[in-house]
Design a protein. Structure first.
Lengths: 113, 114
């Protein structure tokens, strides 16, 4: 069965610090990988996605993620966080042609000004 | 509106009551999903429709949960004889069929069962 693990449940950073959120997945076949973000009081929205090709994926607002197949990982990074990045971040995976997404438990990021 | 619309946003039910949660997806989106998000957890898949066909209901936790999408647009998630463990945010999402995983979420319906 597919599963997603996010190792950091709460992260607190100061503005301009670098960010890396861990995500590992378990799935035996071809996967599609995603990071979703939920800003306070808003709905979940797609941050970035990986389907195939270049394993380094760039998303909105300066975020990027790297797919490392050998490590079953898809970590999210940002070189310099801003206060407005305060949100909850969810890693998700879908397998093959299915639209069904399996989510991790989320990482709550708080950026202090 | 342009986004996924869910109603009610908040629902308080007494244990044993039936509830119905509505989802109005983005126009033209053939795929519709329901997820359940408990406090401090990620969204858990409940069920999936493609047009009016319910293709996957493997995530429905019990036979008290029922979802329908009779005309391939608006969907309703019904929970019969609610229990306290049903308290959660119920999220609806829609997508274009050819973009797997790119879901557009609504703001959710928060259900509290007393």
């Amino acid at each position: 069965a597919q599963s997603v693990s996010q190792h950091n449940h709460h992260v607190i950073l100061s503005e301009a610090a670098s960010l890396e959120l861990g995500c590992n997945y378990s799935y035996g076949g071809t996967v599609n990988l995603f990071w979703y973000v939920q800003y306070p009081g808003q709905h979940l929205q797609l941050l970035l996605k990986y389907f195939s090709g270049d394993p380094l994926v760039k998303g909105i607002k300066g975020f990027e993620a790297e797919f490392i197949k050998s490590k079953f990982s898809f970590n999210l990074r940002k070189p310099s966080v801003q206060w407005s990045d305060t949100a909850e971040y969810f890693c998700a995976v879908s397998g093959g042609a299915t639209n069904k997404l399996i989510f991790g438990t989320g990482t709550l990021l708080a950026v202090q000004p | 509106g342009a986004g996924v619309s869910q109603s009610p946003r908040y629902k308080v039910a007494k244990r044993g009551q039936d509830v119905a949660l509505r989802c109005d997806p983005i126009s033209g989106h053939v795929s519709l999903f329901w997820y359940q998000q408990a406090l401090g957890q990620g969204p858990e898949f409940l069920t999936y429709f493609q047009n009016e066909a319910q293709l996957d209901k493997s995530g429905l936790p019990s036979d008290r949960f029922f979802a329908e999408r009779p005309e391939g647009s608006v969907s309703t998630l019904k929970i019969q004889r609610t229990q306290q463990e049903d308290s959660a945010v119920y999220l609806c999402a829609s997508s274009l069929r050819w973009t797997p995983g790119e879901l557009f979420f609504g703001e959710g319906s928060r259900l509290t069962v007393l």
